[in-house]
Design a protein around this ligand. Structure first.
Ligand code: BGC
Length: 740
């Protein structure tokens, strides 16, 4: 039946717009329309079904021969976890040559921070505040993945997370809806480019729709209860932004949102996404999330689960097979499902069309391009650049950092000093430990020939064994400085990897305490997939670098910062709490009727913990100092249709050149519903030489001051506002204006 496809293709090539103009169909619509007319119901359902492959480059595509039979009979439209030019070509041949209509498969894969060249974990990368760099990481991911036959990325994950116990906090861009929206757009644009059909771009997915990050207690897969206002104001903006940027697909969350599993949420999918936002791409479920609705106690049977998801607008079912098994029966019982099925199939075929798969189903399965682009040198250069810019300097007492490259003796101590796996983080796709340059290797490459490096692990990441402390102490005593590399292993954050204690695991804190007791300066290099609450470490060690899981160039990037080749400029995209008991803690909270006042007992606080976080959102130090002055507004009031200009002077008053992320926040003083104490509305990243000043200009319009008001209308309200500019969400200059 390749003939049918060829005939259809010929129709397009000859310009089927001729006949279609009468119906006002674009060539794409005409093509999909004709194809849909040819399809049987089982073939349509096949397009709505996705199976998993074996994850591997070699070996069988899947060990399940019945799945391959589905491919050959046109009853499977997509695979996930089949990668590599050869593997994907083999599977594609089965679909194209074997099935009646020869409709190509679409191959999806999780590449949240790179395909083989691994970049910082997404939350870490969001600390660089450089959208061009973030976009470039996504472009490279697309280039490598597309060369290896992958068409579709299950990224960006754009879930807002306010709970660092939740392991998946590492997959997003942190806690702020405004910044997460910018990052979402950069990533979507990076993956998809201007033209999905070009060989170097792939389809992206905004996931997990929606509010999955609000899981109770930070326990993965857990229940979420979020008011519609908070949903729309906090959790949805990055999804809205991704949709606006033309993201090809959305993925349902695993969570039950206000009593309805996200995979069956009419409100989310049919109402908000497809109607209000007019989204034209398709929606894929999460892994078996359709079938899991029986476990939620929402669907009485698998058949009911299929019906509920289909009705809610989930277009493709991932891994579970309720569509494949029951949708034909559902149609037999109620023919009105046919329209929903046609809509779903049109959406899926539309993305396949946009990818150019009908023109050439093998265009991405190109062993030559795969050999050329995967792990390309230029990609490693970018990996180092983005990694060093994602590092956040949290402490630097007495200017301990940067270190001299010709120190006589440096002790590099800790369980993660030479670990090539941890920097890859979770969801490392085809990232391999042999591609990683470890911290120790990075330090060795950076220091002078005379410098002696003394190394020992001291302990493991998560063990009670302290027998290694003795050697660690003796090496530490001999050194000029100690670089202590501690944190979480790759598989301590990510999916199904929530923690109830977000301190340093095992005896790592004791290791640091022992090292500090030697009297030698201790520089902590933290590697972690979530904010780590460990006050003693932050308050006693001489310097602390937050390095997340930085990817393949972790070692050189950290060495760049340790030795001052690069002056750190990263700023936290997420609050670091002092203790688990403070969670949830985030900068854009409400004011309350009794805002924190240490002098007044009857105000919001703890009796056994400080009120504020360890480090606020937006925080990060530099090897130089920046002073903020002269915050000026061009007017004291303005009305809708106008905007207000905000000016501030930033001066580098320190000894070296450096970059600063200048942040703009607002507060709507009185609203028909209460408003957050601060909301990020803008930023500029600037480079200043010593003694250099720069005047920065921001502007704000009434549109940017909109919120979901008492009547759930998205609007601004006249009244008093404060505007704030500063280096983080706590140290701010402020001014006032009125919106008339
Ligand atoms: C995750 C998704 C992921 C999917 C496919 C699920 O368990 O929640 O984020 O895209 O698996 O690997």
């Amino acid at each position: 039946m390749r003939l049918i496809l060829s005939t259809l293709l010929l129709g397009i090539i000859l310009g089927c717009s001729g006949t279609d103009q009468t119906q006002n169909l674009s060539p794409k619509e005409a093509f999909i329309d004709s194809l849909l007319n040819e399809m049987t119901l089982p073939e349509k359902i096949g397009q709505m079904s996705q199976a998993t492959g074996s994850f591997e480059f070699t070996g069988p595509i899947t060990s399940d021969s019945s799945t391959l039979e589905l491919v050959r009979t046109g009853r499977l439209g997509s695979f996930l976890n089949v990668v590599g030019a050869e593997r994907t070509r083999e599977a594609q041949e089965m679909a194209v040559n074997g099935s009646r209509l020869g409709i190509p498969l679409i191959f999806g894969y999780d590449m949240i921070h790179g395909y083989a060249t691994t970049f910082p974990i997404p939350m870490g990368e969001a600390a660089c505040w450089d959208l061009d760099l973030i976009k470039r990481s996504a472009e490279i991911t697309a280039l490598e993945a597309s060369a290896a036959g992958v068409h579709w990325n299950f990224a960006p994950m754009v879930d807002i997370a306010r709970d660092p116990r939740w392991g998946r906090i590492m997959e997003g861009a942190g806690e702020d809806p405004w910044w997460s929206s910018k990052v979402a757009v950069a990533r979507v644009e990076g993956y998809q480019g201007d033209d999905l059909s070009s060989t170097g771009t792939i389809a992206a997915t905004a996931k997990h729709f929606a509010a999955y990050g609000a899981a109770e207690g930070g326990r993965d897969y857990n229940t979420t209860e979020v008011s519609e206002r908070t949903l729309r104001e906090i959790y949805l903006p990055p999804f809205r932004a991704a949709a606006g940027a033309g993201v090809a697909s959305f993925m349902n969350g695993f969570n039950d949102l206000n009593g309805v599993p996200a995979s069956a949420s009419h409100l989310l999918v049919r109402q908000i996404l497809k109607k209000e936002w007019d989204f034209k791409g398709f929606v894929v479920s999460d892994w078996a999330s359709v079938q899991e609705m029986t476990d939620h106690g929402y669907a009485a049977s698998d058949k009911e689960a299929a019906r509920l998801s289909l009705a809610a607008g989930c277009d493709m079912e991932m891994v579970s097979t309720t569509y494949e098994t029951y949708v034909e029966d559902l149609v037999a019982e109620n023919a009105s499902y046919l329209a929903m099925i046609d809509d779903a199939v049109q959406r899926i075929l539309g993305i396949k069309y946009d990818l150019g798969l009908f023109e050439d189903p093998y265009r991405y399965s190109d062993a030559g391009r795969e050999a050329k682009y995967v792990l390309h040198n230029d990609h490693f250069k970018h990996a180092r650049e983005v990694a060093k810019k994602s590092i956040v300097l949290l402490e630097n007492r007495d200017n301990t950092l940067p270190l001299d490259m010709d120190l006589a003796k440096i002790a590099v101590i800790g369980p993660l000093i030479n670990d090539p796996v941890t920097p890859l983080g979770t969801w490392s796709a085809q990232g391999k430990k042999e591609h990683v340059t470890t911290l120790l290797e990075g330090v060795q490459l950076a220091v002078s020939e005379q410098t002696k490096i003394l190394t020992t692990n001291g302990c493991e990441v998560n063990s009670a064994d302290k027998t290694g402390f003795k050697k660690a102490r003796s090496l530490a005593k001999q050194a000029d400085v100690i670089i202590a590399v501690v944190g979480e292993e790759a598989m301590m954050s990510g999916e199904a990897l929530s923690r109830s204690d977000i301190g340093l695991p095992g005896v790592q804190l004791e290791l640091l305490q022992m090292l500090k007791a030697t009297g030698k300066p201790v520089v902590v290099v933290l590697m972690n997939g979530r904010p780590i609450a460990e006050p003693w470490m932050y308050e006693n060690c001489d310097a602390v670098l937050e390095t997340w899981h930085l990817g393949v160039q972790s070692g050189p990037a950290i060495a760049d910062v340790l030795f001052g080749t690069y002056n750190p400029s990263g700023k936290l995209p997420v609050t670091i709490p002092r203790s688990v008991g403070q969670i949830p803690i985030y900068y854009n909270h409400k004011h309350t009727g009794r805002a924190f006042d240490p002098a007044d007992r009857y105000t919001t606080k703890y009796i056994d913990e400080k009120y504020g976080p360890q480090y606020p959102f937006g925080y990060g130090l530099s090897y130089t100092n920046f002073e903020y002055s002269n915050l000026l507004l061009d007017k004291s009031s303005f009305q809708a249709g106008e905007s207000i200009s905000i000016e501030v002077i930033v001066t580098n008053t320190g000894p070296v050149a450096g970059e600063e992320v200048v942040q703009l926040y607002v507060r709507d003083m009185i609203g028909s519903v209460t408003r957050p104490v601060l909301e990020l509305k803008g930023f500029e990243k600037i480079m200043l030489a010593p003694n250099e000043s720069q005047t920065l200009h921001f502007s704000l319009s009434a549109e940017e001051l909109r919120f979901w008001d008492e009547e759930m209308q998205f609007n601004w309200e006249p009244g008093d506002f404060k505007v704030f500019v500063g280096p983080n969400s706590e140290d701010l200059l402020e001014a006032e204006f009125k919106l008339l």
